[in-house]
Design a protein around this ligand. Structure first.
Ligand code: PEP
Length: 254
């Protein structure tokens, strides 16, 4: 089963509105000729409508970095799935480790967010991954198991058909220290087996599993050679058009 690779950039809390529009415009231009790879950027909420305009009819898809699970209401400072999709987002990153760590997001909240995204017509990118201490305690698989089963609790096959999983070992995010090929391979294989157990083999074969954590032009080829790696979620290296384009063009380097 051939899965379309997805290279997704998480811009986090970087780039003002004009900076985001300028970077997105240059990225779309640099990626004009790219086939066979889906490209996505997730800039800050306030930039979405203008960035959507800048990447309209280009190879670049748009995502958001978070949402709130209620459809609307008195939730000061939060944002709904409908607000994101009408601002131009197609994807939404959910459960990023920074959200889990700094904003105390639990698997239960994350599950509600996934449901809200699906109901609102957004494609969720569910981030999971163990901390360094959990890995050292030999609890990597246990952690992934809990994050996947609780995060996708109660969702049916139809609801997860557009889901993307992103395996992001917390110790590899923003540290410059990527997981090695063997660690990535065993985690991705394990995640696909979890999807098979929770849903079905057919569905597990179609769901894309991205790797995230210090992805750069120097390691993307090795990562993309791993059978169950279907792309990358890129933080720091997605902020610069030249660097991000090199990552996106991995296939031409293989
Ligand atoms: C991320 O924030 O999802 C990420 C993977 O960051 P970085 O690429 O900077 O490690």
């Amino acid at each position: 089963m051939k899965r379309m690779p997805l290279i997704a950039g998480n811009w986090k809390m970087f780039k003002t509105v004009p900076e985001a529009v300028e970077t997105a415009t240059r990225l779309a231009d640099a990626c004009r000729e790219i086939q066979n790879v889906e490209i996505m950027i997730a800039p800050a909420f306030v930039t979405l409508p203008l960035v959507a305009e800048a990447v309209k009819n280009t190879r670049v898809h748009l995502g958001a970095q978070n949402l709130y699970f209620e459809p609307e209401g008195a939730f000061t400072g939060e944002i709904s799935a409908d607000m994101l999709s009408t601002a131009g987002a197609e994807y939404v990153i959910i459960g990023h480790s920074e959200r889990r760590h700094y904003f105390f997001e639990t698997d239960e909240m994350i599950c509600k967010k996934i449901k809200a995204a699906v109901t609102g017509g957004l494609k969720p990118i569910l981030c999971i991954g163990e901390t360094e201490s959990l890995r050292e305690q030999g609890k990597t698989f246990l952690t992934l198991d809990k994050q996947v089963s609780d995060g996708l609790q109660g969702l049916g096959p139809d609801e997860i058909k557009d889901l993307v999983l992103a395996y992001e070992p917390v110790w590899a995010i923003g540290t410059g220290k990527s997981a090695d090929a063997a660690q990535v391979e065993e985690a991705h294989q394990y995640l696909r087996s979890l999807l098979e157990k929770q849903f079905s083999l057919d569905l597990a074969k179609t769901i894309r599993i991205l790797y995230g954590g210090s992805v750069k032009p120097e390691n993307i080829n090795e990562l993309m050679r791993i059978t169950d790696v279907d792309g990358a979620l890129v933080g720091g290296a997605s902020l610069d058009v030249h660097t991000f384009t090199k990552i996106i063009k991995f296939d031409t380097q293989l």
